[in-house]
Each structure stands twice: as C-alpha cells, then as structure tokens.
Write a protein that binds this ligand. Structure first.
Ligand code: C2E
Ligand code: CA
Ligand code: CA
Length: 410
C-alpha cells in the first residue's frame, strides 16, 4: 500500500539533510526553494514540483549531497515504498537504465572528488529500491532489447506467418472453425514462442500494427479456406475463424475499422469471426465490458479465452456480452486424475449452457479427455488429439482429406 505523503515545513537556512547521512526518503518541493551542495560546491537551486534526495533511496547509498532550505519551504516526504512500487513494476530495461545512470552520476561525482567513497551504493543493502546486483549480468536486458529490435524489423521483413488450429464440433464431428495463431520465424533465432514475442510486442505497442496484420492475414486465409470448401462442394455448415486480441489492442482506436475493412474486402460476415480475449483483461476496467458490447453490436462473436486462469468469478459472466467460453487446457489436463477439477468443468459447462454460451475445450490431447468433455456437454474441442496448428496449405490439405468432416477421434 502507498503511504500517504507527509508535509514538512523548513525555515530559511535550515538543513534538510546532510551529505553522508543515511537516506530514508526523498522530498518533493511543494513551495519554496531548496539548494543542493556537494561539499561546499553549490549544485542546484530547486523549486516547486522538483524532487530531491531520491538517489539514496533508489540505490541504498548514503546522501551524495547536502540540501538546505533557501527560503521558508514546504516539502512532501516521498517514502521508499512509493518509489519502490513504481520502479519495481517498471520494465526491466527502464530499471536497468536508472541503475546505469545512477552509477555513472556517482562515479562522476566521486572522480571529481565531490563524493566520499562511502556514499557509493553498498550492494545487498536492504533499504535500496534498485539492486545493482540485479543487473550485474545484464544479459536478460540486452536479450530483451535485441528481441524488441528484431521484432520491429520482422513485420516489414515478412518473418511472420499464421497457423490455423482446427476446432471440432462434438455433435457433428466436423471442423467448425479455426484459431489463428501467429508464428515468428526469425532468421537469427529460429521459431520464437508466441507467448514470448507477443508479450514483448505488447510491452512495446508493436502489437498494434502486428494485430492489424494478423486480422488481415487470418481473414484473408479464412476466405481462401471457405472458398475452397465451397468450390469442392464440401461447405456444409457455417464455420468461424477465431482471432486472439491482446490486452493492449483494446486501446487501438482503429481495431474495429481494420476488422470491418477486412471482412468487407474478403467477403466474410462479422458473425464468422470470433474475437478471443483472455479472462484476465476483464481486470483492466469497465471499458473492456463496453468494448465487448461494441464488438457484439458490430456482429462479431466474442470468446472468453483461458477461462479459469484469471478472474475466475462466475458471477460476472451473466453481465458479460461474450457468447463463447474457452475452458483452459490446465483444467482439461487435470480433469482425469482429479474429480474436483472434473466437477468444476461440469459446473462451468452447465452454467454456460444456462447463460446461452457455447463452450470450447482447449488442449484436448487424449481420447479419454474427449469422451469426458463430450459427456459433460462441451460444444467444441481443440487440441493435439485432432490436430496441431497448421499452415494454410496443410489446413486445406486436411480439409480435402477429411471432406471437411472428421469422424470421432479413433
Ligand atoms: P492461446 O490463445 O491459449 O492459444 C492456444 C495455445 O495452445 C496455442 O499455443 C496452441 O498451439 C496450444 N495448444 C492447442 N492445443 C493444444 C494441446 O492439445 N496441447 C497443448 N499442450 N497445447 C495446445 P501457441 O500457438 O504456442 O500460442 C501461445 C499463446 O500465444 C496463445 O495462447 C496466445 O495467448 C498467444 N498468441 C498466439 N498467437 C497469437 C496472435 O495471433 N495474437 C495474439 N494476441 N496472441 C497470440
Ligand atoms: Ca486463444
Ligand atoms: Ca487459450
């Protein structure tokens, strides 16, 4: 919890802290002016809105300077916790940069003889926000920066592709749809796992242009799949294409325009597109509920993905405009050996039915899982038992082999 900031008044000429003191908090100037000295060298005069005394609490060192009130002034105490929460929640690259800048600043001050050696950060001290030890080996940070740069170039260089994992209808045994899953074949790294590069793309907002590409590509490919089936006389029932929407994409003002443009361009109905959002994004706020409503008003289907791994409150389901629910593979996996998990899956399926939602089970790998899910009344299944995600060519090949139909898994 963030502690309430405390205001302190200092009289003109009063010392706020001295060089070499132990630093326990930083200060934000509310009114008045403060001068900072290194030894007897005046460094800066700071005024309203400026912060000082932060270095010592960020890196756990002693005060590198003396601060004196130039006028009567009022300052707000900023606790270590207040800074700690913000810094430790920040991107590792930002934390790394802060630590580098602080080290350089202290080295500069000490080389000009203005800071005594013991004001330098002591590693492993408990009252610091950033441990320079964290970055002793900065391989992770360097790797992340490299990955981001490579990812930035990947879209233009055509290194992305889409795979499509068939989704089967339990009742008919037919392929009813697909989930579009992105693949990145990097020249230097080979195939990078999507949960890794999608996460980085979200942090850097690259997910926005990538998301546009994903939408266009998967709707284009869906039209190719559909037209091929129609041409072969095998298109017997409506199909859908599921597209994953990452949390950051909720801020993309162009998203619905891009979706609408793509369905018009490739002659696909909005109802044939399912937008998969994870349960966790509901925590982002009320606007997500509105976003779902908007998607439904535009005719798109919305699926709640990875159900059971995040928010996990059944009560909100009734107020949510989603029309599909995807039970996470962790439940499917545990269901066989753990009767409690099976009961949870049963309750989720029953509740979904009563709310008029269709249920898709993810990660079905064995015939036993298939049988239970079918018995519990799941509508669709997706998993390696039937098929892994496939390239467009392999998807078309599979459909031609199975005539768009699949007998029950053997
Ligand atoms: P997800 O949305 O939960 O996608 C399902 C993941 O489960 C896929 O992993 C799929 O290959 C895998 N899977 C399917 N059946 C089975 C099975 O029977 N057993 C096991 N063990 N796994 C199965 P993938 O392709 O590695 O994607 C991982 C995650 O990356 C996705 O999880 C999704 O969150 C994200 N992702 C992938 N493509 C995209 C994309 O185009 N856009 C966005 N926003 N996220 C994507
Ligand atoms: Ca998904
Ligand atoms: Ca999922």
């Amino acid at each position: 919890m963030i502690k309430k900031a405390v205001t302190i008044d200092f009289k003109k000429g009063e010392v706020i802290f001295k060089q070499d003191d132990k630093g326990t908090c930083a200060y934000l100037i509310d009114s008045g002016e403060v001068q900072v000295f290194n030894g007897d060298v005046a460094l800066a005069i700071l005024g309203s809105g400026e912060i000082f005394g932060e270095m010592a609490i960020i890196d756990g060192s002693r005060r590198a300077a003396t601060a004196i009130a130039v006028t009567d002034c009022c300052v707000l105490k900023v606790s270590k916790t207040q800074l700690n929460e913000r810094i430790s929640d920040s991107d590792p690259v930002v934390r790394y940069l802060i630590s580098v800048l602080l080290t350089r600043l202290r080295d500069t001050l000490s080389s000009t003889g203005k800071v005594s050696d013991h004001t330098k950060p002591k590693l492993n001290k408990s009252n610091k926000v950033i441990s320079l030890n964290d970055f002793k080996s900065n391989r992770d940070v360097v790797e992340k920066i490299k990955l981001e740069s490579a990812l930035k170039d990947a879209l233009g260089a055509g290194e992305f592709s889409m795979n499509y994992q068939p989704i089967l209808n339990f009742e008919t045994g037919n392929i009813s749809g697909f989930e579009a899953l992105m693949r990145w074949n990097s020249p230097e790294r080979g195939f990078v796992r999507p949960d890794i590069f999608i996460g980085v793309a979200e942090e850097t907002s690259l997910i926005i242009p990538m998301g546009h590409w994903i939408i266009d590509q998967s709707i284009k490919d869906f039209a190719i799949i559909k037209n091929q089936l129609i041409a072969d006389g095998k298109y017997s029932e409506p199909m859908f294409m599921s597209i994953n929407i990452a949390a950051k994409q909720f801020n993309d003002k162009k998203l619905f325009k891009v979706l609408t443009r793509a369905i018009e361009k490739y002659d696909i109905e909005a109802g044939e597109i399912k937008l998969e959002i994870t349960e966790r994004v509901l925590l982002a706020g009320e606007f997500v509920f509105d976003w779902i409503l908007r998607a439904r008003e535009k005719g798109f289907s919305v699926a709640l993905d990875d159900f059971g791994t995040g928010f996990s409150s059944l009560s909100y389901l009734a107020n949510l405009a989603v029309n599909n629910l995807k039970i996470d593979k962790s439940f499917v996996e545990k269901m066989i050996e753990d009767p409690k998990t099976k009961s949870i899956v049963k309750s989720v399926v029953d509740l979904s039915k009563s709310l008029g939602l269709t249920v898709i089970a993810e990660g079905v790998e064995t015939q036993e899982e298939w049988n239970i899910l079918e018995e519990l009344g799941c509508d669709y299944m997706q998993g390696y038992l039937f098929s892994k995600p496939l390239t467009l060519d392999n998807t078309i090949e599979l459909l031609s082999e199975t005539s768009g139909h699949k007998k029950k898994a053997a």
